[in-house]
Ligand binder design. Sequence first.
Ligand SMILES: *Cc1c(COP(=O)(O)O)cnc(C)c1O
Length: 236
Amino acid sequence: MNGGIAERYRSVAERVARAAERSGRAPSDVVLLAVGKTFAAESVIEAVRAGCRDLGENYVQEARVKRAEVERLLAPTSAVRWHFIGRLQRNKARVAVELFDLVHSLDSEALADALDRAAAAGSRVVECLVEINLGGESTKGGIAPDRLGDFLRSVADRSSLHVRGLMAIPPPEADPSVARLRFRRLRELRDRHADLPLPGGGLKELSMGMSADYEAAIEEGATIVRVGRAIFGPRG
Ligand SMILES: *Cc1c(COP(=O)(O)O)cnc(C)c1O
């Protein structure tokens, strides 16, 4: 893991572009999200200076402090989009709506309610992805694949909440072909529900793939990959 953050960011971005082309898409069709959890604002800024326009964070409080710091050191940062990819507690919904452009981890009706109400109170819309629990792991959040249709119908009348797609954090797989199958299942799940009438225009995004497997995820249709260590180095 030598070389700087800027160099690693550019090298990952290059691989993302090539994988997009292999999947018959333009590089601009795939968003490279730099996941900065545990890394300081200065590190995140290095990625932004190298061309990164999408930042991902797992903890609301950490993101709040970091975003303020990034905006102080790097004005204007209006071009940067902030994504929330961690588990969101309902009592943080209001702060999350203020801080983030896209919440990747919508995983319950109660959270949908809290986000919708917080967004409506601020006269705005909150954009979300539904987190899917692909592996049936009881320790993880996420909606079971066979509940997705019901879930989407139950949140469709929240007019300040726009569901844009799906997200998954599959368990680490030693066998790359198993990881690939999971990505494919998420894409098929999205395709099956793509026509449901939803306030945000329906399911489009697929947030899947991390440092170990983002190229495979793109080949299977990812529109957003979430990459931490391959850009910032090992977490402490
Ligand atoms: C930390 C994290 C990532 C990035 O993982 P790396 O292995 O560092 O690329 C992606 N998605 C989620 C939800 C994470 O928590």
